[in-house]
Write a protein that binds this ligand. Structure first.
Ligand code: SAM
Length: 244
């Protein structure tokens, strides 16, 4: 096992669990902007575990994660763990956000779909790099809250949709990349159909045991790579009626 792979494995196993130790994370020190906390987060949690894409590192340094978490958790926003965002859902650990973004191979001008808006943070990180982000959230209250947060931060290239991401966005397809931030037991077929040739689907798959997969649409087929074990909240809705 290479050191980089080991670091990924250890970090990803933290996944979206909320360890009790997160309550002991010291409060951010950065006054109003938390820029120092973000710089430390990127160095210690993200670069140290092998994320190298300069655009991803710059986006993680820039997006104010503390504004995407409930006020009572702001002091822990830059800790190395996920956090609750209400309604039984979580904002993923910063490393996982960076890893999924890098795996999507984001470039200027790309059209990206996210399934699982949650707080809107992953959408904001993507929006710093790509052309447009369509993001779908199944819990209306969360989707509306994320939309407000993103609007207040002037992320004009993000569109939030309320609905079941199982179906993707046929009206807006095809997409250069699709990221799914809740785990289905099987890959929803519409998401594969909505990739461009060469497009990448980054998705956690499984129930108690989950793997982060990258599926690339290639000449008439799909290439599937397993990246690392992860722990995400389950995907809800139609997918629950599709046994593995
Ligand atoms: N990406 C989010 C962020 O940056 O805060 C974190 C996502 S949270 C781990 C997973 C989200 O997926 C939850 O908000 C959940 O409600 C949503 N979700 C679950 N099943 C879904 C579905 N079928 N369609 C759309 N969203 C779904």
């Amino acid at each position: 096992m290479t050191p980089r792979w080991f670091a990924r494995l250890a970090a990803a196993l933290l996944g979206t669990l909320i360890p009790a130790s997160c309550l002991a994370t010291p409060p951010p020190s950065g006054g109003g902007t938390f820029a120092d906390d973000r710089a430390r987060m990127v160095g210690a949690q993200i670069e140290a575990r092998g994320i190298r894409d300069p655009a991803v590192l710059a986006a993680m340094r820039k997006v104010p994660r503390h504004l995407f978490v409930p006020e009572s958790f702001r002091g822990q926003a830059y800790g190395d763990h996920p956090l609750p965002i209400g309604l039984g859902q979580t904002i993923s650990q910063p490393y996982i956000v960076a890893l999924m973004t890098e795996l999507a191979h984001p470039r200027k001008g790309m059209k990206v779909l996210e399934v699982g808006t949650g707080s809107g943070y992953q959408a904001a990180v993507l929006a710093e790099i790509v052309g447009t982000v369509d993001t779908i959230e199944i819990i209306p209250e969360l989707g509306r809250r994320a939309e407000k947060t993103l609007r207040e931060m002037a992320y004009d290239n993000v569109r939030v949709h309320i609905g079941d991401g199982f179906d993707g966005r046929p009206k807006d397809a095809p997409f250069d990349a699709i990221l799914v931030t809740a785990a289905p037991e099987t890959i929803p077929p519409p998401l594969l159909d909505q990739l461009v040739e060469g497009g990448r689907l980054v998705i956690p798959v499984g129930s108690t045991q989950q793997e982060l997969l990258v599926v690339t649409k290639t000449n008439g087929g799909y290439r599937r790579e397993t990246v690392v074990p992860v722990r995400f909240v389950p995907m809800k809705g139609k997918v629950e009626g599709h046994p593995p």
